[in-house]
Design a protein around this ligand. Structure first.
Ligand code: SF4
Length: 197
């Protein structure tokens, strides 16, 4: 098909406008009409990407208590709006789209405390109170049973090699600082983190 210069500019301009509208959230429906701006009346809440130690900033759009969109935070000094493929998929931790393009809760998201007893093969649902109390009791017992005040050469070490702690990239700097302080107070030396924070 031959296009004059004027026709080419018209087609190109229309495509650019459609792409821009789409990127702003105006999506065409199956009926050929256009849905309203999908972030309309949403509130912006900033957070940190939970996946690695780079710590990219993300904007979460929330409407009526529901997360409806996530995207890179252009004001964040680390990523300046960009996200890698993992960070770009953050939205799907909470929600997915159904076949009609509607947002629905991600059916694979774990929303309850799951516990697998020693030697058991199945997970069971437990409540938070039971889980926290059980973890606290086991930490206390393991620390009491294995705490080493002085090593074989008579040097004071105050350490507990029987517990390992793994941090979370979901935590911010301050939370990780407290997490680390708590671990050290227990005498732990086996401390690590998926992002080495
Ligand atoms: S996973 Fe990607 S988006 Fe998330 S903090 Fe790391 S580099 Fe940034």
């Amino acid at each position: 098909m031959k296009l004059s210069r004027r026709q080419f500019l018209k087609v190109g301009g229309t495509a650019a406008a459609a792409t821009t509208l789409y990127s702003f959230g105006f999506k065409p429906t199956a009926e050929g009409t256009t849905r309203g701006f999908r972030l309309h009346y949403s509130r912006e809440i900033t957070t940190i990407c939970p996946f690695c130690g780079v710590g990219c900033g993300i904007i979460c759009h929330v409407r009526d208590g529901q997360l409806i969109n996530t995207e890179g935070d252009p004001d964040h000094p680390v990523n300046e709006g960009t996200l890698c493929s993992k960070g770009s998929s953050l939205f799907n931790m909470a929600n997915v789209y159904d076949e009609d393009g509607n947002i629905i809760p991600n059916p694979n998201r774990v929303t309850q405390v799951l516990y697998r007893a020693p030697k058991a093969s199945e997970w069971e649902v437990v409540d938070w109170d039971w889980a926290l109390e059980t973890v606290a009791k086991r930490i206390k017992k393991t620390r009491d049973d294995h705490f080493i005040e002085v090593n074989s050469e008579g040097v004071t070490v105050n350490r507990n090699p029987a517990i390992s702690w793994l941090g979370s990239a979901m935590c911010n700097n301050e939370e990780n600082y407290l997490y680390h302080k708590t671990a050290r107070a227990l005498g732990l030396v086996n401390i690590d983190h998926c992002a080495r924070l």
